[in-house]
Design a binder for this molecule. Structure first.
Ligand SMILES: [Zn+2]
Length: 400
C-alpha cells in the first residue's frame, strides 16, 4: 500500500527561498494548465476537429514554450511544473468520476507546494537531497521501509514540510490489535465520540477555544494597509493559529482512530450525512471542528492495515431511537433528550451510549451474516474501501 510520512524540515534561508520559488512555479504551471484546459475544451466544443485537452498534451505544450515565454521556470527542478500538471490531470479525473469538485486555481499562501519524483531526490537519515539545492535537514527520519515514490514539499503557515510517499508491504509499524471484540462508535457534537463500552472521548474543540482570538486577529488584519509589513505579520499570525488548530484536531483524531483499531477488530460507525448537517449553521462549526470525514478516513485506512472490519450503518439506521436492550423503536427522540427510559423494558438509556450499542450490535450481526445471504439492508458497506476522494494521487495515509 501507499503510505506517506509528513516530516517537518529545517531549511536554511537559501533553501526557503528555493522552496517558495519552486512552489510558485508549480502554482503558475497548474493555473496556466487549468486556464488552457478550459480554453481548449471550449474550443473543442465549437470545433469538433480540435482535440480535447489532456494533462500529457498540456505538459508537452508547456515544455515547448517555457524556454521562450517563462525562462524563470528553468531555475527550479523541472518536476515542479510537470508534476503540478499531472496533479491537475488527477483533479480532473476525480471530478469526472464524481469524487471531487471542478478543479480550482491554486492560491498563493494556501497552495504553496511542489512535488518531485523519486529520481529527483534522495533520503539519508535526517536529511533529504534535492537537485540544485543540496541537503535539507529533516526533523525526524522516514518511518516506513519500502520503495520511495515521490515527495511533496509544502508550506503550512511559516513552516516547511516534506511528505514522502512510500510503497510498502511492511505492516510491522502497526502494533498487533488487542482484540477486545466489537465496538460501536457514536460521533457527536458535544462529545467527539461515545463508545459502546461507555467511554467518552471529548474532542479538542480547537476552533471554539481560539475563536475569539481568531476573530480579533482577523479584525486587526482587515485594518492593516494592503502590502504593508504589519499586514504580512498579522497574516502570518492568523495562519499560525489555523495551523495550530488543525494540528490539535488531527492529533486527537489520530489518537482515537489508532486506539480503536488497536483494541477492537470490528468497529461499527454511522454513515453521517455530513453535507446535510453542514447546512445547519448551528451544528456546522462544531462538526467541521470535529472532522468527521477525517475520522472515517483515518479509521478506514488503519483498519485496513490491521485487518479489522469497519461496518458503516446506513444513513437510515435509527441508532438513537432503538432500545439496545429490547430493540423496540421510539417514534421520535428530540436532540435535546440526553437520557430516556424505554417504554417497553424500562431500561434507562444514555442517548449516546445506547446509539453506540446499537451500532455495535449491527456491526456484529452483519459480520456473521452467511455469505450470499441478504442482510437487513441496514448496512451500506461492510468491507473497507481504501482511499477516498482527492487522496488518490500521492497519499493514502498521512502521518503528521
Ligand atoms: Zn427497551
Amino acid at each position: 500500500m501507499l503510505i506517506a510520512h509528513k516530516i517537518a524540515l529545517n531549511p536554511n534561508n537559501k533553501q526557503k527561498t528555493y522552496f517558495a520559488r519552486a512552489s510558485g512555479t508549480a502554482r503558475f504551471a497548474y493555473n496556466w494548465a487549468l486556464a488552457e484546459w478550459n480554453r481548449q475544451y471550449e474550443a473543442s466544443i465549437m470545433d469538433q476537429s480540435l482535440p480535447k485537452p489532456s494533462q500529457a498534451a498540456l505538459r508537452r505544450q508547456l515544455n515547448a514554450i517555457k524556454h521562450e515565454h517563462f525562462p524563470w521556470m528553468l531555475e527550479v527542478t523541472k518536476n515542479a511544473p510537470q508534476m503540478a500538471i499531472i496533479q491537475l490531470g488527477v483533479a480532473f479525473k476525480n471530478f469526472f468520476q464524481g469524487a471531487a469538485k471542478y478543479p480550482q486555481f491554486r492560491k498563493k499562501g494556501t497552495d504553496d507546494r511542489f512535488t518531485i519524483t523519486n529520481d529527483q531526490f534522495q533520503v539519508d537519515g535526517l536529511r533529504i537531497r534535492i537537485p540544485n539545492l543540496g541537503w535539507v535537514r529533516m526533523r525526524e527520519t522516514l518511518r516506513f521501509a519500502g520503495k520511495i515514490m515521490s515527495a511533496t514539499i509544502s508550506r503550512v503557515a511559516d513552516r516547511w514540510f516534506v511528505s514522502i510517499t512510500v510503497n510498502t508491504q511492511d505492516n510491522s509499524h502497526w502494533p498487533k490489535a488487542e482484540n477486545q471484540g466489537a465496538v460501536g462508535v457514536d460521533l457527536g457534537v458535544s462529545v467527539l465520540a461515545t463508545l459502546s463500552t461507555g467511554e467518552r472521548i471529548i474532542g479538542p474543540k480547537a476552533h471554539n477555544a481560539s475563536l475569539c482570538r481568531l476573530k480579533r486577529l482577523s479584525r486587526g488584519l482587515s485594518r492593516k494597509t494592503k502590502g504593508s509589513n504589519n499586514r504580512k505579520k498579522a497574516k502570518a499570525k492568523v495562519a499560525r493559529l489555523h495551523a495550530n488548530n488543525s494540528n490539535l484536531r488531527k492529533d486527537c483524531l489520530h489518537k482515537l482512530t489508532t486506539d480503536l483499531t488497536r483494541r477492537f477488530d470490528t468497529i461499527g460507525i454511522e454513515d453521517l450525512n455530513v453535507k446535510g448537517m453542514m447546512k445547519n449553521r448551528h451544528l456546522s462549526r462544531a462538526i467541521a471542528d470535529m472532522g468527521f470525514y477525517e475520522f472515517r478516513r483515518q479509521l478506514e485506512y488503519k483498519a485496513e492495515s490491521r485487518g479489522n472490519q469497519v461496518v458503516v450503518a446506513s444513513r437510515w439506521f435509527a441508532s438513537s431511537k432503538i432500545c439496545s436492550s429490547c430493540k423496540s423503536k421510539l417514534e421520535r427522540l428530540p436532540l435535546s433528550v440526553r437520557e430516556w427510559i424505554c417504554p417497553c423494558c424500562n431500561t434507562l438509556h444514555d442517548r449516546d451510549v445506547n446509539a453506540a450499542n446499537n451500532l455495535r450490535h449491527l456491526a456484529v450481526s452483519s459480520t456473521v451474516t452467511v455469505c450470499g445471504e441478504e442482510g437487513s439492508g441496514l448496512v451500506r458497506k461492510i468491507k473497507v474501501k481504501p482511499a477516498s476522494m482527492k487522496q488518490k494521487f500521492n497519499t493514502i495515509a498521512t502521518y503528521g
